[in-house]
Ligand binder design. Structure first.
Ligand code: PMV
Length: 317
């Protein structure tokens, strides 16, 4: 059996995070500039059923699969994949995972690792899983990372296409009529999404009317952004990003560092900017002006000078 490799892209949420957990739509796009990779190879030196995992990002070096707790994301991803292809016990194999996606930064590193793993492992075992099955596995593993995920991360990463996502509804891909450029800047503050999501839940329970109004307002921003993207008027996205950021501030998921980076991006020429993902840290995104190709570089440099740990310039569409 030859080695099998699969990769999966990072992702970024353009609009609608948090409100998406409460049934509002959200827009997300893959970020192929960063990727997770899984390589599965035969291990003739090991007994049947043995899987050894090497994953430097989580300090695993040739670690036995059975030694991991069952709720470890990698253990769960392996177990669900083996179950899906009816391969228990599996032949002895080695699994190597690597990723250029920053961890806990809102770029979907967890979901991308699961998607790459499920694809490589199922293909190695002779039963490559289709997207729908991979998506189900990635969603189950997301629950470990995020508690009550909406499913947006696993969906956009599995299908590797821009999506208009509504929790529990069939996939709708998004046609980008005119490409646009966003600058993604990592605040360098690791931000566990589960915490932000549960804080919003608590706050929404304490003030249901105010939060329902905030979620509905985000829904309207998302619909307007959807129109702008599909009708080829991406310049309309800047003010919508500003509006979405203000609504996220009111939900309590921004923080001084994110607010500062958002302000820096606007001062450096961005047409709008917002936090992206769970908030409290992680990333911001900023819309670069369409008619000035060097503007994205200038915004990225300004963000780095203001303390961003790294920036990615992503062409969408
Ligand atoms: O932090 P991220 O990019 O994985 O985004 C989470 C998005 C939330 O809406 C905050 C949670 C969810 O499950 O949709």
């Amino acid at each position: 059996m030859p080695a099998t490799t699969a990769t999966a892209p990072g992702k970024i949420i353009l609009f609608g995070e948090h409100a998406v957990v409460y049934g509002q739509p959200a827009l997300a796009v893959p970020v192929p500039a960063v990727r997770a990779r899984a390589v599965v190879s035969p291990a003739p030196d090991l007994p049947r059923g043995e899987i050894r995992i090497t994953a430097p990002a989580v300090a695993l070096e040739n670690a036995p699969w059975h030694g991991l707790p069952p709720d470890h994301p990698l253990a769960k991803a392996i177990a669900l994949t083996l179950e899906a292809v009816n391969a228990t016990p599996p032949p002895a194999l080695r699994l190597r995972l690597s990723s250029t996606i920053p961890v806990a930064a809102g770029l979907g590193s967890g979901a991308a690792v699961t998607v790459a793993l499920a694809r490589a492992l199922s293909a190695f075992l002779g039963h490559p899983l289709d997207n729908a099955s991979v998506n189900v596995i990635a969603y189950e593993v997301e629950k470990i990372h995020h508690g009550t995920p909406s499913g947006i991360d696993n969906t956009v990463i599995t299908y590797a296409q821009p999506v208009y996502f509504v929790r529990g509804q069939p996939l709708r891909t998004l046609t980008v009529r005119r490409p646009f450029t966003v600058v993604i800047a990592d605040s360098g503050i690791p931000a566990p999404t589960a915490e932000a999501v549960s804080d919003v839940r608590r706050a929404a329970q304490a003030e249901p009317e105010r939060f329902q109004a905030l979620f509905a307002a985000v829904g309207r921003v998302v619909e307007a952004a959807y129109q702008a993207i599909t009708h080829g008027t991406p310049e309309a996205l800047g003010p919508l990003m500003d509006e979405n950021h203000a609504l996220l501030q009111q939900m309590g998921v921004s923080c001084p560092t994110l607010d500062r980076l958002v302000a820096t991006a606007r001062e450096a020429g961005a047409e709008g900017a917002k936090l992206s993902g769970g908030g409290r840290g992680g990333n911001i995104i900023a819309l670069a002006p369409a008619n000035a190709p060097e503007a994205a570089q200038a915004i990225a440099r300004a963000l780095e000078s203001a303390g961003a740990a790294r920036t990615i310039i992503a062409r969408i569409g």
